[in-house]
Design a protein around this ligand. Structure first.
Ligand SMILES: [Mg+2]
Length: 365
């Protein structure tokens, strides 16, 4: 496919989470920052992609606009993973993790969307190695509230909405105990620490987490790529998960070699896009490791994750960021299936069609 144009769009959509905007980032977190990438081919097809958001979308856009788009426009892309590897090679001196790879991820997703549209099939059909699931299951991922009564109430709300499993971003035991008391003993609860604990603190918390019980413990220690120490936390009553801050299949391979985790968590808008995600799925299959992808997205990153879950047996569940956006950039169809599922779009590509009114209303420069 010959690429005729690459465009980028920034959107900021406020959301409500029922809390104080505690978040996990450097400042108060109250809005979804979206970087959308639009790639056009010579036949008028349009592919959509998304680079990881939060507070860095302007930096990621700079990489797409200045370093990727000028080399892509006019090129013919036949093999998206081969294009991805060439882009990584060209840009490696700007970093093998962070905005460079977020930018490559965004364009990679758009190129896959375009390839599936040109083939006239949903992306899941293009990627499938066996059957395709019509819908994918989700767990509710709550933001950090740092308030036992509040997080217990929001956890109840999520169950009332139809979710049957939860992930908490709380890092203190009173909050975790409060949720367990509120939801009862049978609801699976995973705990995402976002690398806030030391190795020694994690060791000290493990018996309590085992008793909670904890479905999986995510990114307990800093730095999150310290695979040697992560490996020493395994086999102690709580499955260890990480991967949203690892980049490319090369780093995942190294982590698997170290025996770092029980569960791999690639994030399609960070890890190098669909091409790298597929290589990680092969690795997961070869080593018998499940995938629980990082997917707190609402745009093309969400739709790409949905198709990957539909196509790949290794994906167990996806992450639903349990906040209420002021507007939806694209409709997401909750399935009638229980527990909480989302239908995988059956239109060609990833099925992301942005709402033009929302695009204009929340667009920023
Ligand atoms: Mg996480």
């Amino acid at each position: 496919m010959k690429i005729q144009a690459v465009k980028t769009h920034l959107l900021e959509i406020p959301f409500h989470d029922g809390g104080k905007g505690e978040g996990i980032g450097p400042t108060t977190w109250k809005q979804l920052d979206l970087l959308l990438v639009e790639v056009h081919d010579e036949q008028g097809n349009v592919g959509w992609g998304e680079g990881f958001g939060y507070f860095v979308t302007r930096s990621t856009r700079g990489i797409v606009d200045r370093l990727i788009a000028p080399t892509l426009v006019g090129e013919t892309v036949v093999d998206v993973p081969a294009w991805n590897r060439m882009a990584q090679r060209r840009l490696h001196l700007f970093g093998r993790y962070g905005v460079t790879l977020f930018a490559i991820s965004a364009v990679d997703i758009a190129l896959w969307d375009l390839a599936a549209k040109r083939a006239g099939v949903p992306l899941s059909h293009l990627l499938a190695r066996g059957g395709v699931r019509p819908s994918a299951p989700f767990y509710a991922s709550l933001v950090r509230y740092a308030d036992p009564a509040l997080v217990a109430r929001i956890a109840r709300d999520a169950l009332d909405d139809g979710f049957t499993s939860l992930k908490l971003h709380e890092i203190a035991m009173p909050e975790l105990d409060a949720v367990r008391s509120a939801v009862g003993p049978d609801v699976p609860i995973s705990v995402d620490v976002n690398a806030n604990w030391s190795f020694e603190e994690t060791e000290a918390f493990l018996p309590t987490l085992e008793r909670l019980p904890t479905w999986w413990l995510e990114e307990p220690i800093f730095p999150p790529e310290d695979g040697t120490r992560l490996a020493r936390l395994r086999g102690r009553g709580v499955p260890i998960a990480a991967g949203e801050n690892w980049s490319t299949s090369v780093q995942f391979e190294e982590m698997v070699r170290l025996g770092a985790v029980d569960v791999l968590q690639p994030s399609v808008t960070k890890v190098g896009g669909i091409s790298e995600f597929l290589a990680i799925a092969d690795l997961a299959e070869a080593h018998g490791l499940p995938l629980l992808p990082h997917s707190p997205y609402f745009g093309p990153g969400f739709f790409a994750s949905l198709h990957l879950a539909a196509a790949l047996d290794q994906v167990r569940e996806l992450e639903w960021l349990y906040v209420q956006p002021e507007a939806w950039i694209a409709p997401i169809a909750r399935s009638q299936r229980q527990p909480w599922h989302v239908d995988v779009p059956t239109t060609p590509g990833i099925g992301f069609e942005p709402d033009p009114v929302v695009m204009e209303r929340y667009r920023v420069e």
